[in-house]
Design a protein. Sequence first.
Length: 130
Amino acid sequence: MLKPVSDVGSGKPHDPEKQRLDEIISKLNELYGAEVSDEDKLHFANGIADRIERDESVMAQIRHHDEDQVMHGLFPKRVEQAIIDAISDHEKLSMPLLENEKTGQEFSLLILKLLAGRKRSQQQGGDDRR
């Protein structure tokens, strides 16, 4: 009986970044199921990570302690607060767009310009999504 070819010995290069992202997406799928796209789940997780990264006291703990110690320190509470702040910020950003038609139209035009810039960048072989 033949066994499927695995990455080990298959000649495929080992990509730690791809493996890390696969593990993150797998965990996000366990948490959220299939109701939200992988891209949206990853975008959300990266947004929370970006907020945490701005907190120097938590980042110092991450740099100087192992995972178990970090999970018993400030980190879990700061993640919870970052999630609450993200909800609040998204509401503050969203509501004016939904409540005022002119503001919503101006935002739509801004999104159109962002997408047009991405299209030009992709045609030139780059990616200017920042």
